[in-house]
Design a protein around this ligand. Structure first.
Ligand SMILES: NC(=O)C1=CN([C@@H]2O[C@H](COP(=O)(O)OP(=O)(O)OC[C@H]3O[C@@H](n4cnc5c(N)ncnc54)[C@H](OP(=O)(O)O)[C@@H]3O)[C@@H](O)[C@H]2O)[C@@H](O)CC1
Ligand SMILES: Nc1ncnc2c1ncn2[C@@H]1O[C@H](COP(=O)(O)OP(=O)(O)O)[C@@H](O)[C@H]1O
Ligand SMILES: [K+]
Length: 503
């Protein structure tokens, strides 16, 4: 699903209004109703509500929400914050529609701010996507005060002060919301870890934006939905056999890190691959054969580190390399030979990324259109570069994938999947329980399995990352976040496949 920029959001609103031949105030009413629907599910009328409205249409939403919540028996206090600027026509209209039981209190100086009741919920309707400059002055005073004293803040559309799709200047104040309820689609800003303290948990509510606009809008940024992923999943056919589902080769493991190989191998098998061969240092022979009896094993000549490329790779369909391999010189040579000679698709993770990061020669050998990198942010920094902020990082990510014609999964809470064409897809599954050693090795196994089965590299990235997160979410359902370990993710992969199939 596309993520729209702030100007595109305005265009989508305008096109909806003109296509449906409705007045803009009607779309605002729809938005307010959608917000209130979400709000009523979360809070009961025992919870006092304090609404802070700004001068534009986001403020107008706040006014409409005040009226609707009052009708639903909430105790509403309404504050209009204005430093003397013009108010929008729909703001004005909703001001006139307020019932007299909800008198607006003007805040034109920070001295007008009144204590917020202990158990209250604050609704932030100061600014939305029409923010045109960093928030300073009176508005910043109100925001800083809310950040200090509000027991719970729910932002309408976007936390006030946060730029929708670009870096917010350092001098701008930003609301720290506990929840953000966005209209129709999430904003790009919600997917960046640097905004966690502002956005809190985000939710979307439908307001019926023009499907024609959404279909035609051009955006390099998308987020992954369950429906789209369900469409990618290939069914098994009755007369298929193990040869139908590909033969994966994993090069992983090293002295003290055979666990990484076991995790990647188990995940690869659970990812549906037909056959799996693992090449590990000789020391891994007994470990792998015992822990993963379904996999074939080729021990390396070297006891502790991978050192020798297999003579023939013909029978394999995809190669995954990296988990636990270390950065020995011998292993670096092997990796160079692999990059120079293979025409198989490659999933490159962990120390294989670090080795490539350390060598311009290896980078130059990367085969075009054949590689998926799966760095976490630190590995990304080594492979690509450091960035000043996360918008810059997204641009560096796109540029790297364009130059090297590769795919990349930049792992994190919303892993970002970048394609050689310059598109970025944000994943929407997964949880903080997955922030534990070995979950990345599991992802490498899953991606290698999907590529071996014939999914395109893009499909494998999208589906693999989604399923990995979904398995993590299902694991959270049984073991919680704190105790979750990488093996739990593998154990829940079968359920993740089933859930996606059924959905
Ligand atoms: N369009 C629709 O039909 C629908 C829109 N919807 C809602 O409208 C929201 C967008 O509304 P919007 O475009 O009116 O912008 P909004 O965010 O309220 O801010 C603009 C006002 O703030 C001012 N201002 C800006 N920056 C400032 C600053 N730093 N410091 C001080 N002032 C600043 C700016 O003043 P100006 O820049 O003109 O001086 C102007 O007065 C959107 O997020 C959604 O909630 C929904 O109801 C669905 C239907
Ligand atoms: N807070 C989080 N929310 C969702 N997913 C997460 C979170 N933290 C980590 N993950 C996921 O867990 C995996 C961790 O990978 P990585 O850091 O490479 O671990 P390791 O190297 O130990 O295997 C990634 O797929 C990442 O997206
Ligand atoms: K807001």
């Amino acid at each position: 699903m596309k993520i729209l920029s702030a100007p595109q959001t305005r265009e989508a609103d305008a096109q909806t209004i003109s296509e449906e031949k409705i007045a803009s105030e009607e779309l605002m009413e729809r938005a307010a109703r959608a917000f209130v629907g979400w709000f009523e599910n979360k809070f009961t009328p025992e919870c006092p509500v304090c609404i802070f409205s700004g001068p534009g249409n986001n403020g107008g939403d706040g006014l409409a929400v005040a009226r609707l919540l009052h009708q639903r028996l909430f105790d509403v206090q309404l504050y209009l914050v204005n430093d003397g600027g013009q108010t929008s026509p729909d703001f004005q209209l909703n001001l006139e529609r307020l019932p007299h039981e909800v008198p607006p209190h003007d805040i034109t100086s920070k001295d007008h701010l009144l204590a917020i009741p202990d158990k209250a919920c604050v609704i932030d309707a100061l600014f939305g996507t029409g923010l045109s400059r960093p928030v300073t002055g009176l508005y910043a005073d109100v925001i800083n005060w809310l950040n200090e004293y509000s027991p719970c803040t729910v932002a309408i559309d976007i936390p006030s002060g946060l730029y929708t799709d670009k870096q917010t200047p350092a001098e701008g104040a930003i609301v720290q919301a506990h929840h953000t309820v966005s209209f129709e689609l999430p904003k790009l800003a919600f997917f960046l870890p640097q905004h966690e303290q502002y956005v809190g948990e985000w939710h979307t509510v439908p307001i019926g934006l023009s499907p024609a606009y959404l279909a035609e809008a051009k955006s390099n940024f998308q987020y992954v939905t369950q429906k789209e992923m369900q469409g990618l999943l290939k069914p098994r056919t009755k007369f298929s056999h193990k040869g139908t589902y590909g033969h994966a080769l994993l090069l992983c493991g090293g002295y003290g890190k055979m666990g990484a190989a076991v995790l990647a191998a188990r995940a690869c098998l659970r990812g549906g691959v037909g056959l799996l061969t693992v090449q590990t240092p000789a020391i891994g022979y007994d470990v792998l054969q015992t822990a993963v009896p379904e996999a074939m094993l080729i021990p390396d000549n070297n006891r502790k580190h991978l050192s020798r490329l297999l003579e023939s790779m013909e029978k394999y369909d995809a190669i995954g390399i990296g988990p636990g391999i270390g950065t020995e010189r011998l292993t670096k040579t092997l990796l160079g030979q692999l990059l120079a000679t293979t025409d198989l698709p490659l999933v490159i993770d962990a120390d294989a990324i670090n080795l490539i990061a350390s060598s311009e020669k290896l980078k130059a050998q990367l085969p075009k259109g054949k590689v998926i990198f799966t760095p976490h942010p630190k590995e990304f920094e080594r492979l690509v570069c450091k960035s000043n902020n996360e918008y810059e990082r997204l641009e560096e990510l796109r540029e790297f994938c364009r130059v090297y014609q590769c795919y990349m999964v930049l792992k994190g809470s919303h892993s970002a999947i970048a394609t050689p064409e310059g598109d970025i897809y944000f994943n929407t599954t997964g949880n903080a329980g997955m922030a534990t050693g070995g979950t990345g090795d599991v992802l490498t196994g899953i991606l290698t399995a999907l590529v071996a089965q014939g999914y395109t590299l893009k499909e494998a990235c999208l589906l693999g990352v989604y399923l990995h997160g979904l398995a993590g979410d299902l694991a959270k359902g049984t073991v919680g976040e704190i105790a979750l370990i990488a093996s739990d993710v593998i154990q829940h992969l079968p359920q993740a496949f089933q859930q996606l199939r059924r959905s």
